[in-house]
Design a protein. Structure first.
Length: 256
């Protein structure tokens, strides 16, 4: 299989973006104050990211991430965001060699229907981001299989892999519900699994939320064009989200 991700990594603009963002993540990993923090801070950042992922699908982002969601339909979405984010942090090692197995497990957490953990069988799927009709189920299966295989073989930088894997899953929407939550959790799986950000101090989902929903939707639409320019715009947005997530982590640190 052609490693098109490595081909993208050779595009000058994309290579530069990945290098700068990786350096920024490395700076956070070696931040002395962050290194002093105990597991409670990691939990705080994880919940911040989980709530943010749910908020992109319509839930409310609370002032205090340690609060529990209320009892409502959007509270259920918030619970799903928290649960899938926490679960993803335990699956990074498995994801590196069995992506689809992990996607199925994560989906099983947020969907208790008889079809949980399995790709959709028709073209009906939830679309809280309003991206438009899902791609046909036959094409979805092929692209999902190809993505799963590519993730286990690519030699491309982790920042690029996480950006493209997230956008591809969000675009093909493999599950009848919860596809976007799984797609965003995939960023965590890649960054931790490739030892770029094992504690996820970059808080990627929180950064996506901070960038704004409209910018997020536009980034996915840019990706769906299939052009190098569109993918470059996606990677720029992804890098901005990582940077914004890091800023959120540093602000949280100041409040400790």
């Amino acid at each position: 299989m052609t490693d098109f991700l490595q081909q993208l990594a050779d595009v000058p603009d994309i290579a530069d973006i990945c290098a700068v963002t990786l350096k920024r993540i490395d700076e956070v990993q070696w931040n002395r104050e962050l290194r002093k923090q105990d597991d409670s801070f990691t939990t705080y950042i994880r919940r911040m990211s989980g709530y943010a992922s749910a908020a992109l699908d319509g839930a409310v982002m609370p002032d205090d991430p340690m609060r529990e969601p209320d009892s409502s339909a959007m509270g259920d979405v918030a619970n799903q965001g928290l649960a899938i984010t926490a679960a993803a942090d335990l699956e990074a090692a498995t994801f590196s060699h069995s992506p689809f197995q992990v996607w199925a497990r994560l989906h099983s957490i947020i969907d208790q229907s008889p079809g949980r953990g399995r790709p959709r069988e028709d073209d009906v799927t939830q679309d809280p981001l309003h991206l438009g009709p899902a791609i046909p189920v036959e094409e979805m299966h092929e692209r999902l299989t190809n993505l799963s295989k590519l993730l286990t073989t690519t030699t491309a930088p982790a920042l690029l892999v996480s950006a493209i894997a997230h956008a591809e899953l969000a675009t093909i929407r493999p599950f009848a519900q919860g596809s976007y939550l799984v797609a965003r959790a995939t960023v965590r799986l890649v960054l931790a699994g490739k030892h770029v950000d094992e504690k996820l101090l970059s808080a990627p989902e929180f950064g996506m939320y901070n960038q704004g929903r409209s910018a997020y939707v536009q980034a996915l639409k840019n990706y769906s064009t299939g052009t190098v320019q569109g993918m470059t715009e996606l990677v720029k947005w992804h890098a901005g989200a990582i940077e914004s997530g890091i800023e959120g982590t540093l602000i949280a640190l100041q409040g400790r």
